[in-house]
Design a protein around this ligand. Sequence first.
Ligand code: ADP
Ligand code: SF4
Length: 674
Amino acid sequence: MDPSHAILFQSVRIGPVTAPNRFYQTPHATGLGWQRPQAGAALRGIKAEGGWGVVCTEYCSIHPTSDDSPHGFLTLWDDGDIPALALTADAIHAHGSLAGIELWHGGAHASNRMTRLPGIAPDIQPAMFHLPTTARAMDASDIKAFRGWQRDAALRAKRAGFDIVYVYAGHDYLPFQFLSGRSNTRGDAYGGSLENRARLLREMIEDTKEAVGDTCAVAVRLAVDELHGPRGITSEGEGREVIEMLAELPDLWDVNIAGALGNDSKSARFSAEGFQDRYVSFVKSLTTKPVVAVGRFTSPETMVAQIKRGVQDFIGAARPSIADPFLPLKIREGRADEIRECIGCNMCRAANNEAVHLRCTQNPTIAEEWRQGWHPERIAMLPKRDKVLVVGAGPAGLEAALALGRRGAEVTLAERGGALGGRILRESTLPGLSTWIRVRDWRAHMIGKLDTVQVYPGSEMTVGDIADFGADHVVLATGSRWRRDGIGVSGMQALDLPKALTPDDIFSGAAVNGPVVIYDDEHYFMAGALAERLRGLGHAVCYVTSHATASSWTALTDEQGFVQAKLLQAGVEIVASHLLVGHEVGAVRLACGYTGREVERACGTLITVTGRLPVDDLYAPLLASGVAVSRVGDCLQPSSIADAVYSAHRFVRGFGGPIEPVLRREKPPLKGML
Ligand code: ADP
Ligand code: SF4
């Protein structure tokens, strides 16, 4: 280990328990929840194996009035939930780490779509879950019952084996709804002054400590700023006062910013490493209790500085621990160069928002630990040293070459371009996306350590070249190209657009003359980022989308609001809910997506961002000539970088095995039903 990193491996006392080091995996969603306890346990166990001294669960509901369906959340509603959660605590303990559990009540934020119970909140208020319903105000008996639920859940968490039990007052959830004057206008002892609004939080901490504090640490997760200015909790105002008021009461402060999860888990496009420091760094000066905070930390130097500057006692991490579950161990073993750094793309957040298994652009094995038995650091050797040619060194080709090399194949990676990276090379030049180059950098670096992989940039491969090469197997990772016919998510009819440009043309340096019209019928980052870039270069830009909002899919990566604000602030004109129907000299014709009414917009350059087509011209001739060939990544299915990496990784895991891998599912016992 680099001696300057030793401070990260000091043990830290948290109330009655001791963390073996300062690496603290803060609670994060996995999409696995109460329905997939074995998968959840395996995921957390891997984090502990990778060296995280504290590993926490995702949010765990304390009562059926807090149901986040359809999203994956845990439950401790009755004793029957204990065995499932004990699996997770045991998996974490197996590696000597502390197990934390984030007890949760969403209040007005819970959907209750599964339980169909009325939502509860400090005041009667519209539900915060985009539902046309209302949460009812809690009366004194509700508050008493609520305190009992937290207490009972804490006792169950202790029985399940957890070492750290949370009181969760962040992210707009119930205790935070009481704290914030924006959502609490009660006239009783739980409303009005900050002391009154913090009463429930104080009682929850006291109740939880009394219930389990003899053996479990009680942590408070508090949003110290909800980014609503003086109307809400701020780190200079009431956020600070709450910490002052309750400073020594919990055993640990886990502090962050809120308003919405998008603020706390801000993508790299809109925030830098350590972006929460300015809000949370005051906390340590007000308490002797250990403090943990997040900020997408991936560099050991930044981590050491966090401790030395007294910002926090732990290195809190959710996304960096997803991208590389073995980050702590790599630092401890002096292999910091091998850290697979989070790129801040928020594909993990998208999985949560879509209510599916967690996925990660950098780590294809996340949430596959139990389902497919994948380990982030281990992969089975092949029975023999197959000679494999990988064509194309974008994310898919790089991942395929690396994973095949680790399996012991004799790999040749041929890339047409002079540099490795494929689409990453281009996309990482867009505003805010420079961290995406880490997808290439990490893989290229790790390939460089293997003597099983030879890399040849500047090598365009033809069918003849490939056939002559004589590999046992050929993997095509030749990517995709943007469509030129206007066919996208909404526009299914081909258009005649001979003069229009695509993102491929822009990246190749095609000349752009204003006014620029960018037509988005894809809805992810590309069109919005191009609009931002071209506006930054001084062009008049009109961004047209077939959807109702700019870059609408980025709502799932928690970025949409930031994207739209940025475009508006930059002076990009946004035309929503319109389809492109024609392109003539100097103008485009657009049709309203609802009425069909047509309008014209002046246009010097039209850029269409619609569908993509696979670049797979080599595939059919190779198959026909009897070459053993497979496709991975965008040349099989144009999609996200995360999907390209996953596709390649999945191919390599299955290489030489059964064609269709088995996806294990957790099925409830059907005793007596058959
Ligand atoms: P993916 O996301 O699936 O990895 P990319 O588009 O990022 O796809 O990468 C595909 C890579 O394949 C590009 O770098 C491209 O230059 C390369 N490529 C495409 N065709 C050939 C070929 N015939 N020979 C070598 N490299 C190729
Ligand atoms: Fe980081 Fe992206 Fe992976 Fe999330 S999906 S952990 S943001 S690399």
